[in-house]
Design a protein around this ligand. Structure first.
Ligand code: HEC
Ligand code: HEC
Length: 340
């Protein structure tokens, strides 16, 4: 009897966890390979036009993204600097190491929700997701590879020959198809299941601290870090330097009034993407808030709204950080469909 009882309980136990597991592992970005567009998100910038979304293409992109074959000495993959566990950003390092350990000049951002981004890079230097990957592949500080050489390496691989044939019906792999497959994978990295989203969807409630933080966020931060993507995609100078070492947007526009302006980064998953700013100068969110309260540097291109800094008490800072932490999306980092 006892044994039977035990057996019964263990079945209940297993079933309970099996169900629980399924609930946690539900893919949020991929429902039978359609693109997931949360209804309160704006219209996407990338529509897969001329590169129709399919499972085979997405999976090919996922293999390429995680494969160091794209770098000159086969040591660095896209995933080396954009790690799923950190919402596809690098972490703990201000600047990422490329081939041969060379350091880049900017912090690796999260690449969640790129389908909504009208331009890429901290200075907006690349404007299409389907050409984007040529940039890290050929950058000497990142993958240091030559496009023709990557393509010939892929053409020598039986695995990729088959995958490209299946995905794009081609016998010879081209750089265009490689870039398109990578675009499919990146565009499918959708982050829309943080506590913030669950609150919006009526599935969770904020604590009083988070709620207060949200109000502070709306009045002090949302003019640039606009909901629900937490960026308005504009280029702004948020007062990091009087004389910036990296001129930012000016590099692209050649306009002095853009000196030290950078693309407003999304704050989704910000808890996981430390350190912060285009050069990774701040280790944690407390340092970021100290910057906005007492660290603003004046200059000609400093954003109007930040000229006097932002006034926040210590307890307001705590609430603001509690709210920022509610933007972490654990379904995203645990989504096995996006994993290698
Ligand atoms: C050595 C580290 C490194 C590697 C490898 C790397 N990246 Fe990046 N990635 C970065 C950095 C740093 C930036 C920001 C660069 C800038 O703004 O100048 C960036 C920016 C991006 C962005 C733009 C994000 C935005 O918000 O504008 C995307 C998309 C991206 N990378 C995708 C990729 C893909 C795809 C690959 C592989 C083909 C790749 N990265 C390889 C470090 C890396
Ligand atoms: C005037 C526009 C503006 C306002 C207002 C603003 N920010 Fe920012 N924020 C930016 C820009 C631009 C950057 C990127 C600057 C850079 O790296 O050079 C940034 C960067 C950040 C980062 C770093 C993100 C990362 O991934 O590196 C955090 C965190 C942040 N802001 C939080 C806040 C908070 C919290 C508030 C309100 C207290 C706020 N910001 C108000 C424009 C703004």
């Amino acid at each position: 009897m006892r044994v039977i009882k035990l057996f019964f309980y263990s079945i209940v136990f297993i079933l309970f966890f099996a169900c629980k597991k399924e609930e946690v592992a539900t893919p949020i970005a991929i429902a039978d390979f359609s693109f997931y567009q949360p209804e309160y998100f704006p219209t996407v910038a990338y529509t897969f036009k001329n590169n129709q979304l399919t499972k085979a293409r997405f999976e090919l992109g996922r293999s390429l993204f995680h494969d160091p074959i794209l770098s000159s000495d086969s040591t660095v993959s896209c995933g080396s600097c954009h790690a799923q566990a950190h919402a596809f950003a690098d972490h703990n390092v201000a600047l990422s190491k490329g081939v041969g350990g060379t350091l880049g000049t900017r912090n690796s951002p999260s690449i969640a929700n790129m389908a909504w981004s009208p331009a890429f890079m901290w200075d907006g230097g690349v404007n299409h997701i389907e050409v984007f990957s040529a940039s890290p592949i050929t950058n000497p500080l990142e993958m240091n590879e030559d496009m023709a050489n990557v393509v010939s390496k892929l053409n020598r691989s039986k695995f990729y020959k088959n995958k490209f044939k299946e995905a794009y019906s081609v016998d010879v792999i081209t750089d265009q198809k490689m870039l398109q497959a990578l675009a499919q994978y990146m565009a499918m990295i959708v982050s829309a299941d943080s506590k913030y989203d669950q609150v919006r969807n009526g599935k969770a409630v904020f604590t009083s601290s988070e709620k207060n933080g949200y109000q502070l966020f709306l009045s002090n931060c949302a003019s640039c870090h606009k909901e629900p993507l937490f960026t308005d995609f504009s280029y702004r100078n948020n007062g990091l330097d009087e004389i910036p070492k990296d001129i930012g947007r000016e590099r692209i526009s050649q306009n002095v009034s853009d000196r030290g302006k950078f693309k407003v980064p999304s704050l989704r998953n910000v808890e996981l993407t430390y350190p912060y700013m285009h050069d990774g100068r701040y280790k944690n969110l407390s340092q970021v808030l100290d910057h906005y309260t007492i660290g603003i540097k004046q200059s000609g291109s400093l954003d109007e709204g930040l000229k006097n800094g932002i006034q926040l008490t210590n307890s307001e800072k705590e609430d603001l950080i509690a709210f920022l932490n509610s933007l972490s999306d654990y379904s995203l980092i645990g989504n096995s469909n996006l994993s290698q």
